[in-house]
Design a protein around this ligand. Structure first.
Ligand code: SF4
Ligand code: SF4
Ligand code: SF4
Length: 186
């Protein structure tokens, strides 16, 4: 019995050592250039650049597979930052990817919502709460303004509301303190 326990203990130690060695040996380092590019992108995760999110677009830029002017939410300011970082020439925002719009957050007309949950499934950042056949609402502080919840809504009860941009409400990446016209967040 004691021998069996000893064998199991030694086996566990050896396995742990092997896993630790493998973790160090095969550790995948993040690409610092990708991280720097991603830090400039607005993290809206809207896909307008043609990639399934900001990180994949950052990776494509770093590889030289994508132009720096394909992100409408980042706009001209974002393109300038990317051009500075990468030593590339500034280009106007590529029209085929969309236009630069004021920073906005989504708002659900809760009286009209039928609780189909399609918007929840479309939201890439879990900014919508609700349950089947219950009204849904947006957590404004989480909403990146990507507009991906608009097309699936069968009753068109989601609208985008521009947020006031000033030193208190503006943040480059996320609209953290969006102001509703009534002075409340949704
Ligand atoms: S268009 Fe810009 S904000 Fe949207 S996913 Fe691409 S990089 Fe991110
Ligand atoms: S609530 Fe709509 S606009 Fe806001 S992040 Fe989610 S999908 Fe995008
Ligand atoms: S998609 Fe529209 S109707 Fe369906 S839950 Fe979302 S807001 Fe309500």
């Amino acid at each position: 019995m004691i021998a069996a326990i000893l064998v199991m203990a030694i086996g566990a130690v050896l396995l742990g050592a092997a896993l630790g060695y493998a973790a160090i040996k095969f550790k995948v380092e993040g690409d610092p250039l990708v991280e720097k590019i991603d830090a400039i992108l607005p993290q809206t995760q809207c896909g307008q650049c043609g990639y399934p999110g900001c990180k994949p677009y950052a990776e494509a830029i770093a590889k030289g597979d994508a132009e720096i002017n394909c992100c409408p939410p980042g706009g001209e300011e974002g393109i300038k930052k990317l051009a500075d970082l990468l030593g590339r020439e500034f280009k106007e925002l590529s029209g085929e990817h969309g236009i630069e719009k004021p920073k906005s957050v989504a708002f659900i007309d809760e009286q009209t919502c039928i609780g189909c949950t399609l918007c929840i499934q479309a939201c890439p950042v879990d900014a919508i709460v609700g349950a089947a056949k219950q009204m849904h609402t947006i957590i404004a502080s989480q909403c990146t303004g990507c507009e991906l919840c608009l097309p699936p809504c069968p009753v068109n009860c989601i609208t985008m509301e521009p947020i006031t941009e000033n030193v208190e409400t503006w943040k480059w990446k996320y609209p953290v303190f969006p102001l509703h016209p009534a002075g409340t967040t949704h």
